[in-house]
Design a protein around this ligand. Sequence first.
Ligand code: HEC
Length: 177
Amino acid sequence: MSGSLSKSDQSFMRQFSWLIAGLAVLTVLLITLGWMIYNHEPKETNPVAAKQLAARIAPVGAVYSGNTGRAAIAAAAEAAAKAAAAQVAYGGTTDGKTIYENLCHSCHTAGVAGAPKLGDKAAWAPRLAQGMATLIKHATEGYHGPDGNFMPPKGGNPALTDAQVKAAVTWITDQAK
Ligand code: HEC
């Protein structure tokens, strides 16, 4: 029996060889397919490295809004300046005491720079004798006294309205009557 195979063994060996050959071809096919898929997929990247790169190449001043944005900013600034200029002093109050305490107080309470002190009848009497119209005019337009002292126009706040100056002068003079 040795050296020769029976017919059925020969047939088995042939089929088995075909099977092995088929499996070998399938293996090569699968390897090729795997390789193709691997090449087709995007390469993996390190998310931390990507973040670091983005941070490194980011511009220094983050947002530049362009000339349009610049014009808008300028317009807004101008509008704000206008609004501030139009702002009425001390909320537009015509309460003489409030205006005095916010403004006139700085000179008239202590008699700074030769200002007649609040409630000082002797200092105010000759001024009151001029009449309210004159006092209001002096307080509005500014006044250089005979002693060289100076009452600034509207107490130094041009935002005061005439009515506010009048109210403040009325309140000041009332304290000296
Ligand atoms: C920077 C200091 C200062 C401030 C602030 C000031 N005054 Fe005077 N004021 C003076 C001086 C100084 C005189 C005296 C001028 C003079 O006659 O020599 C004076 C005088 C006056 C007189 C008298 C004017 C006259 O004809 O005799 C009135 C009224 C007056 N001030 C009202 C006011 C009112 C109202 C305010 C606030 C809105 C005010 N002052 C804020 C300094 C100031």
